[in-house]
Design a protein around this ligand. Structure first.
Ligand code: ZN
Length: 358
Protein backbone atom coordinates (compact mmCIF):
# COMPACT_ATOMS: atom_id res chain seq x y z
CA UNK A 1 0.00 0.00 0.00
CA UNK A 2 1.30 3.45 -0.83
CA UNK A 3 0.09 6.91 -0.03
CA UNK A 4 0.38 9.05 -3.15
CA UNK A 5 -0.66 12.19 -1.31
CA UNK A 6 2.24 14.64 -1.35
CA UNK A 7 0.29 17.46 0.18
CA UNK A 8 0.88 17.56 3.93
CA UNK A 9 -0.25 20.34 6.28
CA UNK A 10 -0.11 23.07 3.64
CA UNK A 11 3.19 21.92 2.09
CA UNK A 12 3.64 20.33 -1.33
CA UNK A 13 6.62 18.01 -1.07
CA UNK A 14 8.21 16.71 -4.27
CA UNK A 15 9.87 13.28 -4.45
CA UNK A 16 13.33 13.41 -2.86
CA UNK A 17 12.44 16.54 -0.86
CA UNK A 18 11.69 17.19 2.78
CA UNK A 19 9.87 19.93 4.67
CA UNK A 20 9.73 21.14 8.25
CA UNK A 21 6.28 22.34 9.13
CA UNK A 22 3.67 22.17 11.90
CA UNK A 23 -0.01 21.47 12.25
CA UNK A 24 -2.57 23.01 14.55
CA UNK A 25 -4.27 20.66 17.01
CA UNK A 26 -6.07 22.94 19.45
CA UNK A 27 -6.00 26.41 21.01
CA UNK A 28 -4.30 27.48 24.24
CA UNK A 29 -5.86 29.30 27.21
CA UNK A 30 -4.36 32.49 25.76
CA UNK A 31 -6.13 31.95 22.41
CA UNK A 32 -2.96 30.89 20.60
CA UNK A 33 -2.68 28.04 18.15
CA UNK A 34 -1.21 24.91 19.69
CA UNK A 35 0.90 23.27 16.97
CA UNK A 36 2.89 20.06 16.58
CA UNK A 37 6.22 20.46 14.72
CA UNK A 38 6.81 17.76 12.10
CA UNK A 39 9.34 16.87 9.44
CA UNK A 40 8.03 15.17 6.32
CA UNK A 41 10.55 13.38 4.08
CA UNK A 42 9.83 11.83 0.72
CA UNK A 43 11.99 9.32 -1.08
CA UNK A 44 12.46 9.51 -4.84
CA UNK A 45 10.42 6.34 -5.42
CA UNK A 46 6.90 5.54 -4.26
CA UNK A 47 6.56 3.46 -1.10
CA UNK A 48 4.81 3.24 2.24
CA UNK A 49 4.03 6.17 4.53
CA UNK A 50 5.42 5.72 8.05
CA UNK A 51 5.04 7.85 11.17
CA UNK A 52 7.54 7.94 14.03
CA UNK A 53 6.24 9.71 17.15
CA UNK A 54 7.72 10.47 20.57
CA UNK A 55 6.56 12.16 23.79
CA UNK A 56 2.94 11.07 23.42
CA UNK A 57 3.48 11.08 27.16
CA UNK A 58 4.93 14.58 27.45
CA UNK A 59 7.67 13.66 29.96
CA UNK A 60 9.07 10.70 27.96
CA UNK A 61 12.00 12.21 26.10
CA UNK A 62 14.27 9.34 25.03
CA UNK A 63 12.28 9.03 21.80
CA UNK A 64 12.47 12.79 21.29
CA UNK A 65 16.26 12.53 21.58
CA UNK A 66 16.29 9.65 19.08
CA UNK A 67 14.16 11.51 16.52
CA UNK A 68 16.21 14.69 16.97
CA UNK A 69 19.37 12.66 16.29
CA UNK A 70 17.81 11.49 13.00
CA UNK A 71 16.79 15.06 12.13
CA UNK A 72 20.31 16.39 12.77
CA UNK A 73 22.03 13.55 10.90
CA UNK A 74 22.53 14.62 7.25
CA UNK A 75 24.19 11.35 6.24
CA UNK A 76 21.12 9.21 5.52
CA UNK A 77 18.68 9.37 2.65
CA UNK A 78 15.16 8.05 2.33
CA UNK A 79 15.01 6.17 -0.96
CA UNK A 80 11.28 5.55 -1.18
CA UNK A 81 8.00 6.30 0.51
CA UNK A 82 7.20 9.05 2.99
CA UNK A 83 8.47 9.41 6.55
CA UNK A 84 6.81 11.64 9.13
CA UNK A 85 9.04 12.48 12.11
CA UNK A 86 7.30 13.98 15.15
CA UNK A 87 9.70 14.56 18.08
CA UNK A 88 6.92 15.67 20.47
CA UNK A 89 3.34 14.57 19.88
CA UNK A 90 1.86 15.71 23.21
CA UNK A 91 3.09 19.31 23.09
CA UNK A 92 0.78 20.41 25.93
CA UNK A 93 2.17 17.77 28.30
CA UNK A 94 5.72 18.44 27.10
CA UNK A 95 5.42 22.17 27.95
CA UNK A 96 4.70 21.19 31.56
CA UNK A 97 7.21 18.27 31.76
CA UNK A 98 4.14 16.12 32.33
CA UNK A 99 2.83 12.76 31.11
CA UNK A 100 -0.68 14.17 31.11
CA UNK A 101 -2.66 16.91 29.39
CA UNK A 102 -3.68 20.07 31.29
CA UNK A 103 -7.10 18.44 31.94
CA UNK A 104 -5.20 15.56 33.70
CA UNK A 105 -6.21 13.06 31.03
CA UNK A 106 -3.81 10.59 29.45
CA UNK A 107 -3.78 11.34 25.70
CA UNK A 108 -2.66 7.75 25.09
CA UNK A 109 -6.04 6.47 26.32
CA UNK A 110 -8.14 8.83 24.18
CA UNK A 111 -7.62 7.54 20.61
CA UNK A 112 -9.25 7.55 18.10
CA UNK A 113 -10.98 10.51 19.75
CA UNK A 114 -14.24 12.31 19.06
CA UNK A 115 -15.04 15.67 17.51
CA UNK A 116 -17.40 16.86 20.24
CA UNK A 117 -15.73 15.19 23.24
CA UNK A 118 -13.33 16.32 25.96
CA UNK A 119 -10.28 18.43 25.21
CA UNK A 120 -8.13 15.28 25.15
CA UNK A 121 -10.58 13.43 22.93
CA UNK A 122 -10.73 16.27 20.40
CA UNK A 123 -6.94 16.51 20.35
CA UNK A 124 -6.71 12.75 19.77
CA UNK A 125 -9.25 13.02 16.94
CA UNK A 126 -7.26 15.72 15.11
CA UNK A 127 -4.01 13.73 15.45
CA UNK A 128 -5.67 10.48 14.42
CA UNK A 129 -7.48 11.88 11.37
CA UNK A 130 -4.80 14.21 10.01
CA UNK A 131 -1.78 11.97 10.67
CA UNK A 132 -2.29 8.39 11.75
CA UNK A 133 -4.99 7.24 9.32
CA UNK A 134 -2.88 8.58 6.42
CA UNK A 135 -0.01 6.22 7.28
CA UNK A 136 0.68 2.58 6.42
CA UNK A 137 2.89 1.84 9.47
CA UNK A 138 3.72 3.50 12.78
CA UNK A 139 6.46 3.50 15.42
CA UNK A 140 5.68 5.19 18.75
CA UNK A 141 8.54 5.77 21.23
CA UNK A 142 8.03 5.66 25.01
CA UNK A 143 9.91 5.34 28.32
CA UNK A 144 8.92 3.86 31.67
CA UNK A 145 6.59 5.94 33.84
CA UNK A 146 7.99 8.29 36.49
CA UNK A 147 10.27 6.61 39.14
CA UNK A 148 10.86 3.57 36.93
CA UNK A 149 13.19 2.50 34.15
CA UNK A 150 12.79 0.01 31.30
CA UNK A 151 15.31 -2.07 29.43
CA UNK A 152 14.60 -1.29 25.75
CA UNK A 153 11.82 -3.56 24.43
CA UNK A 154 9.28 -3.57 21.63
CA UNK A 155 5.58 -4.09 22.34
CA UNK A 156 3.36 -5.29 19.54
CA UNK A 157 0.22 -7.25 18.73
CA UNK A 158 1.80 -10.49 17.58
CA UNK A 159 -1.50 -11.70 16.12
CA UNK A 160 -1.02 -9.07 13.37
CA UNK A 161 1.60 -10.19 10.78
CA UNK A 162 2.55 -6.60 9.87
CA UNK A 163 3.17 -5.77 13.54
CA UNK A 164 5.31 -8.94 13.81
CA UNK A 165 7.31 -7.85 10.77
CA UNK A 166 7.96 -4.37 12.25
CA UNK A 167 8.67 -5.70 15.75
CA UNK A 168 11.23 -8.24 14.50
CA UNK A 169 12.84 -5.76 12.11
CA UNK A 170 13.21 -3.13 14.86
CA UNK A 171 15.64 -5.48 16.56
CA UNK A 172 15.42 -4.37 20.19
CA UNK A 173 16.10 -7.98 21.25
CA UNK A 174 12.97 -8.28 23.40
CA UNK A 175 9.43 -8.32 21.98
CA UNK A 176 6.40 -8.28 24.29
CA UNK A 177 3.08 -9.46 22.93
CA UNK A 178 -0.01 -7.36 23.57
CA UNK A 179 -2.54 -5.17 21.81
CA UNK A 180 -1.98 -2.27 24.23
CA UNK A 181 -4.56 -0.56 26.43
CA UNK A 182 -7.90 0.51 24.98
CA UNK A 183 -7.62 4.01 23.53
CA UNK A 184 -3.84 3.79 23.12
CA UNK A 185 -2.40 5.07 19.87
CA UNK A 186 -0.86 1.76 18.83
CA UNK A 187 -3.97 -0.32 19.52
CA UNK A 188 -6.35 2.05 17.74
CA UNK A 189 -3.92 2.76 14.85
CA UNK A 190 -3.41 -0.98 14.27
CA UNK A 191 -7.18 -1.51 14.43
CA UNK A 192 -7.68 1.27 11.88
CA UNK A 193 -5.30 -0.40 9.41
CA UNK A 194 -2.01 1.25 10.33
CA UNK A 195 0.05 -1.49 12.05
CA UNK A 196 1.92 0.26 14.87
CA UNK A 197 4.49 -0.88 17.42
CA UNK A 198 5.81 0.90 20.49
CA UNK A 199 9.25 0.88 22.04
CA UNK A 200 9.76 1.30 25.78
CA UNK A 201 13.18 2.30 27.04
CA UNK A 202 14.78 4.17 29.94
CA UNK A 203 13.35 6.84 32.22
CA UNK A 204 11.29 10.04 31.97
CA UNK A 205 12.88 13.51 31.76
CA UNK A 206 16.12 12.30 30.21
CA UNK A 207 17.73 11.50 26.91
CA UNK A 208 19.80 8.40 27.71
CA UNK A 209 22.32 7.83 24.94
CA UNK A 210 22.20 4.03 25.03
CA UNK A 211 18.40 4.00 24.81
CA UNK A 212 18.31 6.64 22.07
CA UNK A 213 20.89 4.58 20.11
CA UNK A 214 18.68 1.49 20.36
CA UNK A 215 15.74 3.55 19.09
CA UNK A 216 17.59 5.11 16.13
CA UNK A 217 18.96 1.72 15.06
CA UNK A 218 15.47 0.27 15.28
CA UNK A 219 13.89 3.05 13.21
CA UNK A 220 16.55 2.62 10.50
CA UNK A 221 16.03 -1.16 10.67
CA UNK A 222 12.28 -0.78 10.05
CA UNK A 223 12.88 1.62 7.15
CA UNK A 224 15.31 -0.91 5.64
CA UNK A 225 12.82 -3.73 6.12
CA UNK A 226 10.21 -1.67 4.22
CA UNK A 227 12.77 -0.90 1.44
CA UNK A 228 12.59 2.79 2.30
CA UNK A 229 16.35 2.85 2.96
CA UNK A 230 19.10 0.79 1.31
CA UNK A 231 20.69 -2.10 3.19
CA UNK A 232 19.60 -4.94 5.45
CA UNK A 233 18.34 -4.42 9.02
CA UNK A 234 21.00 -4.88 11.74
CA UNK A 235 19.10 -7.33 13.97
CA UNK A 236 20.34 -9.53 16.86
CA UNK A 237 20.62 -13.22 15.86
CA UNK A 238 17.79 -14.24 18.17
CA UNK A 239 15.17 -12.16 19.97
CA UNK A 240 13.11 -13.05 23.04
CA UNK A 241 9.36 -13.24 22.43
CA UNK A 242 7.57 -12.61 25.72
CA UNK A 243 3.91 -13.43 26.26
CA UNK A 244 3.76 -13.20 30.05
CA UNK A 245 5.20 -10.61 32.41
CA UNK A 246 4.88 -10.08 36.15
CA UNK A 247 5.54 -7.14 38.45
CA UNK A 248 7.13 -8.31 41.71
CA UNK A 249 5.62 -6.11 44.40
CA UNK A 250 6.85 -5.07 47.82
CA UNK A 251 5.29 -7.02 50.72
CA UNK A 252 6.66 -4.75 53.45
CA UNK A 253 7.26 -1.03 53.82
CA UNK A 254 10.98 -0.36 53.71
CA UNK A 255 14.05 0.13 51.59
CA UNK A 256 14.86 -2.14 48.66
CA UNK A 257 18.34 -3.47 47.98
CA UNK A 258 18.33 -4.58 44.34
CA UNK A 259 20.13 -7.73 43.25
CA UNK A 260 19.39 -7.27 39.54
CA UNK A 261 19.67 -4.50 36.95
CA UNK A 262 17.56 -3.73 33.84
CA UNK A 263 18.26 -6.32 31.12
CA UNK A 264 19.57 -8.98 33.53
CA UNK A 265 18.35 -12.50 32.95
CA UNK A 266 17.17 -14.47 35.99
CA UNK A 267 16.21 -18.06 36.82
CA UNK A 268 13.29 -19.24 38.96
CA UNK A 269 13.94 -18.74 42.67
CA UNK A 270 16.81 -16.28 42.16
CA UNK A 271 16.99 -13.43 44.71
CA UNK A 272 15.71 -10.23 43.02
CA UNK A 273 15.58 -7.67 45.84
CA UNK A 274 15.81 -7.60 49.64
CA UNK A 275 13.57 -5.33 51.71
CA UNK A 276 15.09 -3.99 54.94
CA UNK A 277 14.06 -1.32 57.41
CA UNK A 278 15.92 1.96 57.68
CA UNK A 279 18.36 0.41 60.20
CA UNK A 280 19.27 -2.18 57.53
CA UNK A 281 17.56 -5.09 59.27
CA UNK A 282 16.27 -7.47 56.58
CA UNK A 283 12.48 -7.93 56.41
CA UNK A 284 11.78 -10.05 53.35
CA UNK A 285 13.15 -11.03 49.96
CA UNK A 286 11.59 -11.10 46.49
CA UNK A 287 12.48 -14.06 44.30
CA UNK A 288 11.99 -14.68 40.59
CA UNK A 289 8.68 -16.57 40.05
CA UNK A 290 10.04 -17.95 36.75
CA UNK A 291 13.06 -17.72 34.47
CA UNK A 292 13.06 -14.47 32.55
CA UNK A 293 14.55 -11.09 31.78
CA UNK A 294 14.27 -7.88 33.82
CA UNK A 295 12.35 -5.51 31.53
CA UNK A 296 11.61 -2.81 34.09
CA UNK A 297 12.19 -1.78 37.69
CA UNK A 298 11.69 1.00 40.17
CA UNK A 299 14.43 3.62 40.51
CA UNK A 300 13.05 4.67 43.93
CA UNK A 301 14.26 2.26 46.63
CA UNK A 302 11.71 3.35 49.27
CA UNK A 303 8.56 1.18 49.01
CA UNK A 304 5.26 0.45 50.70
CA UNK A 305 3.38 -2.87 50.51
CA UNK A 306 1.99 -3.41 47.00
CA UNK A 307 4.31 -1.04 45.22
CA UNK A 308 5.94 -2.42 42.05
CA UNK A 309 9.64 -3.28 42.33
CA UNK A 310 10.81 -5.36 39.36
CA UNK A 311 9.03 -6.28 36.11
CA UNK A 312 10.08 -9.65 34.72
CA UNK A 313 9.30 -11.03 31.27
CA UNK A 314 8.95 -14.80 31.25
CA UNK A 315 11.37 -16.99 29.28
CA UNK A 316 10.73 -20.71 28.82
CA UNK A 317 13.41 -22.11 31.17
CA UNK A 318 16.89 -21.49 32.63
CA UNK A 319 18.44 -22.57 29.34
CA UNK A 320 16.56 -19.93 27.36
CA UNK A 321 17.52 -17.35 30.02
CA UNK A 322 21.21 -18.22 29.54
CA UNK A 323 20.79 -18.08 25.77
CA UNK A 324 19.20 -14.64 26.06
CA UNK A 325 22.02 -13.42 28.32
CA UNK A 326 24.53 -14.37 25.60
CA UNK A 327 22.38 -12.71 22.97
CA UNK A 328 22.44 -9.37 24.87
CA UNK A 329 26.20 -9.64 25.41
CA UNK A 330 26.76 -10.33 21.70
CA UNK A 331 24.89 -7.28 20.44
CA UNK A 332 26.74 -3.95 20.85
CA UNK A 333 23.61 -1.82 21.20
CA UNK A 334 21.98 -4.03 23.84
CA UNK A 335 25.22 -4.67 25.72
CA UNK A 336 25.84 -0.92 25.99
CA UNK A 337 22.27 -0.32 27.22
CA UNK A 338 22.66 -3.16 29.73
CA UNK A 339 25.91 -1.72 31.14
CA UNK A 340 24.68 1.87 31.04
CA UNK A 341 21.24 1.42 32.64
CA UNK A 342 22.80 -0.59 35.50
CA UNK A 343 24.72 2.52 36.55
CA UNK A 344 21.41 4.15 37.59
CA UNK A 345 20.68 1.44 40.16
CA UNK A 346 22.64 0.34 43.22
CA UNK A 347 22.96 -3.41 42.71
CA UNK A 348 24.22 -5.54 45.62
CA UNK A 349 24.75 -9.26 46.18
CA UNK A 350 22.03 -11.02 48.15
CA UNK A 351 23.24 -12.09 51.60
CA UNK A 352 23.61 -15.85 52.23
CA UNK A 353 21.87 -15.81 55.61
CA UNK A 354 18.18 -16.75 55.69
CA UNK A 355 15.72 -13.98 56.40
CA UNK A 356 13.53 -14.23 59.51
CA UNK A 357 10.14 -13.14 58.20
CA UNK A 358 8.33 -13.52 61.52
ZN1 ZN B 1 4.56 6.33 27.54
Amino acid sequence: MTNSDHHWFGCDIAPGQSANTEFEVTESYSSRSVVIPIQIRRGLSPGPTVFVTAALHGDELNGTGAIRALLADRSWVLQSGTLLLIPVLNVLGFERHSRYLPDRRDLNRCFPGTRGGSMASRLAKVIFDSLITKCDYGIDLHTAAVRRTNFPNVRADLSNPDCVRLAEAFGAGIILHGKGPKGSLRREATKAGCPTIIIEGGEVWKVESSVADCMTRGIFNCLKELDMMPGKPDIPDTQAIIRETRWLRAERGGFMSMHVAPGDTVVKGQAIATNSNLLAEDQNRLEAPFSGVVIGMTTLPAVQPGEPVVHIGRLANPKSARRHEKQIAGDDVQRTAHEHLATNIQVTEASESPIDES
